[in-house]
Write a protein that binds this ligand. Structure first.
Ligand SMILES: Cc1ncc(COP(=O)(O)O)c(C=O)c1O
Length: 397
């Protein structure tokens, strides 16, 4: 754990003031606030990019009254009972800072992942790590190479901090176009960002091809691999790039407790990387200080509850098979999913589609890219997927 010195704290204050100044001129791309702003302005799209846009959703219904909450790729089954118990117990230690339990969790994660403790950085969710990395890497401009479409958290903060986005379209089979990404790297490239499996497409890039890309490219520029959904892919952790961190490659790999562990609201994530790279981020940010003690306890207990994690994966895969069989039966050409969500094209303007499906109390997302409107549906309980099916039958079929 890096303890901040007085001088590093001063540097942090100075540098973050500069970064925040730059950000004040750029739109915040945090989903909820972006949605509100777009709704108030009556804007059709949340993001205005050359090819990748998200439709502004209608006003969100009271979420406690919806029939199917299939919007944020949450795990409808979690957290594990063991995690909940550990969380409750740890509340009584809430008067203390949680450094020692965080250190214990770092040790546990290092052992689990086969890396050194100094190669682990903790945060309240992986978004925090994506954003901090972007702040540190793009303070002086530069560009980030990533897929179009892909998860925008790191890219949005990079742009807000003064960087530029080099967007590389996915291949026709929805994988990262690794040769094109490599060719796009120039002397201003500070980072390559890969989401694997990718969000919003749910698709995975070939493991061996990605490994050799990371090994080669990381000699020129660091590669950030966001593995938020890797546990849900068919091969699971066998698809992970973590072994390359252990090898000493200049890559970052981020993971979250929000998906397979069902702890999105408890906020826990980590990143593995080269010690020097993590130290550079720790120099100007607060590392794990934003994580609460109960969340640390819950995360640790959840890692032990492997039976529960397996059952979550089984149920999410069951929901995915049900949904894709349904979509096949109705002639939708969905993208092959390796996650807890599915993306499929719709023959209706995305904004009209959202109005209709929200009216049926089913909440999903709609995007426009590659001149096509798309629906992204998260996997819920089987009951929720039935509501989704009935809504699609009523609206699109
Ligand atoms: C690809 C990807 N990365 C990161 C995140 C952020 O997750 P969290 O901040 O909850 O760890 C998400 C959330 O949906 C995601 O889809």
């Amino acid at each position: 754990m890096t303890i901040q010195t007085t001088s590093s704290r001063r540097t942090w204050l100075k540098q973050s003031a500069v970064a925040m100044g730059a950000m004040a001129f750029a739109p915040q791309q945090i989903w909820a606030s972006t949605v509100k702003e777009a709704q108030q302005e009556g804007r059709k799209f949340l993001y205005h990019k050359s090819t990748f846009n998200e439709f502004t959703p209608p006003k969100l219904p009271d979420l406690s009254t919806v029939n199917a909450r299939l919007v944020w790729n949450e795990n409808p089954h979690g957290p594990s009972k063991m995690a909940a118990k550990a969380f409750q117990k740890a509340v009584w230690d809430g008067n203390h800072y949680s450094w020692s339990s965080l250190d214990d969790l770092v040790k546990k994660i290092a052992t689990y992942e086969g890396v050194k403790e100094e190669q682990v950085m903790m945060a309240p969710g992986s978004s925090d790590l994506l954003e901090k990395t972007a702040l540190v890497y793009f303070q002086k401009g530069g560009n980030v190479v990533s897929a179009d479409p892909s998860y925008m958290s790191l890219v949005s903060v990079a742009k807000a901090a003064g960087g530029a986005w080099k967007a590389i379209k996915l291949t026709p089979d929805y994988q990262h176009d690794l040769p094109a990404m490599e060719a796009a790297i120039d002397s201003d490239t500070k980072l390559v960002y890969i989401t694997n499996p990718n969000n919003p497409t749910a698709t995975i890039t070939d493991t061996e091809a990605l490994k050799s890309f990371c090994r080669r490219v990381s000699r020129k520029v660091p590669v950030f691999v966001d593995e938020a959904y890797i546990e849900l892919s068919d091969g699971g952790l066998a698809n992970s790039m973590v072994p390359l961190v252990a090898e000493g490659c200049n890559i970052f790999v981020s993971r979250t407790f929000s998906k397979i562990h069902g702890m999105a609201g408890l906020r826990l994530g980590y990143m593995l990387g080269k010690t020097e790279s993590l130290n550079a981020i720790n120099e100007i940010t607060r590392g794990g200080m934003g994580i609460t003690g109960p969340t640390i306890a819950a995360g640790s207990a959840s890692m032990d509850d492997t039976e529960y994690l397996t059952s979550c994966k089984d149920k999410l895969v069951e929901a995915r098979n049900y949904t894709t069989s349904y979509l096949t039966s109705r002639g939708f050409d969905f993208m092959p999913s390796q996650t807890n969500f599915v993306m499929f094209p719709i023959d209706m303007p995305g904004d009209t589609f959202l109005e209709n499906i929200y009216d049926r109390k089913v909440v999903v997302r709609a995007f426009k890219f590659w001149d096509q409107d798309w629906c992204r549906v998260s996997m819920g309980t089987m009951k929720e997927m039935e509501y989704f099916k009935d809504a699609i039958d009523a609206i699109l079929v």
